[in-house]
Design a binder for this molecule. Structure first.
Ligand code: KG4
Length: 338
């Protein structure tokens, strides 16, 4: 009998539901919240209200697109954390209510594990998956980590940001340039026509495998501030070069640490995940990095880079197969360390 898993994701500002059948994706519906654009960042209270409005239609649509009914589900997987607590509560409560109503098991999923396991979302067109152990560079709006992945349940964070995440550096610098939120995709677009060597921004010098992006943000801000003293139209006159140089520096910071990772010798595969892995420059650089070292690169389809429930369902499927279910009393958590 086919095993259908419903995944529910509500950790930040995307309400998403997906259905996988025996590991194969059947539907992945995402309602992105436009309400935050006017504020230049996610407003937690508005995010949870929008999740409340979206969750029922999004889940119904995911079931419809998968061609199944509620009664066909074997389990419900939901993002337990980390994320915004008010947002997580909507998905968690909904998943619990639905599981009780249907009398089926509930599977809690760590959002960051789900990003890593997004490479296990099989589709009719592509059902290849990475080989364990592999390294994963997890780069999103809230996290930048190098993860050693030994199995779906055994992941070790061997490097992490000590301040801002890579996505935050993209978004905050884009904000300085007056670009809309989230700025990452705008920087990506502009970088394609800019000179990556035109501006030099400072890079962190911290030992080990940890990342830091706050100094880069300051360096970017000072470059723009000084430039504007000479030329009030400095930003518009240099938009593409600023974007390309920023993106180039972020990629350098990311790949410099990866190159220093001792575990590179233990793996044959390297994956990237998280919203920033949608970046064209990052994708090309990681492909090159892996090609130069004879390692297989795993670059996710763009649809699976930002928050989505397909990855939650895929991560939940692993837990389902090992009967790793959660209790209905389990609360969501906002922080990484629980
Ligand atoms: O993983 P994600 O959807 O949300 C979490 O942080 O959980 O990542 C969002 C981040 C934002 O910072 C956004 O600007 C960035 O991913 N992003 C990009 C691109 N697409 C999304 N950054 C650079 N280039 C892109 N093409």
């Amino acid at each position: 009998m086919s095993i259908y898993i419903l995944g529910i994701e509500s950790s930040c500002d995307d309400t998403s539901a997906a259905v996988i059948c025996d590991g194969y994706l059947k539907s992945n519906v995402i309602a992105s919240q436009k309400v935050h654009e006017a504020f230049g960042g996610v407003v937690p209270e508005l995010a949870s209200r929008a999740h409340q409005q979206n969750i029922v239609p999004v889940v119904s649509e995911a079931l419809r697109q998968a061609g199944i009914e509620k009664k066909d589900l074997a389990a419900i997987a939901f993002t337990r954390g980390p994320g915004l607590l008010g947002s997580l509560l909507v998905g968690t409560s909904f998943a619990k209510g639905m599981a009780i109503g249907l009398g089926i098991p509930l599977v809690d999923v760590n959002h960051l594990h789900a990003h890593v396991l997004s490479h296990f979302i099989k589709t009719e067109e592509n059902d290849e998956v990475p080989e364990f152990p592999f390294l994963c560079l997890l780069i999103s709006g809230g996290n930048s980590q190098i993860v050693m992945v030994r199995s779906p349940y055994d992941m070790e964070i061997i490097g992490k940001t000590i301040d801002d995440a890579a996505g935050e550096a993209f978004d905050k610098c884009a904000k300085v340039m007056g670009l809309p939120y989230p700025g990452g995709p705008h920087i990506d677009r502009l970088a394609k026509i800019g000179d990556p060597k035109r501006f030099r921004f400072s890079k962190p010098h911290i030992p080990g495998l940890d990342y830091s992006f706050s100094g880069l943000k300051t360096s970017f801000l000072y470059t723009v501030r000084d430039g504007m003293k000479e030329d009030p139209a400095f930003i518009s006159n240099n938009q593409a070069d600023l974007a390309a140089s920023l993106q180039h520096t972020i990629i350098d910071i990311l790949t410099d640490k990866l190159a220093k990772t001792p575990q590179l010798k233990e793996v044959r595969h390297l994956a990237i995940g998280g919203g920033v892995s949608a970046n064209s420059g990052v994708r090309e650089a990681i492909q090159r990095f892996c090609d130069n070292r004879g390692i297989q690169a795993w670059i996710p389809p763009r649809a699976f880079t930002t928050d989505n429930a397909a990855m939650v369902a895929a991560a939940g499927y692993f837990k389902y197969l090992s009967n790793d279910f959660c209790d209905l009393s389990l609360p969501p958590y906002s922080r990484v360390t629980v």
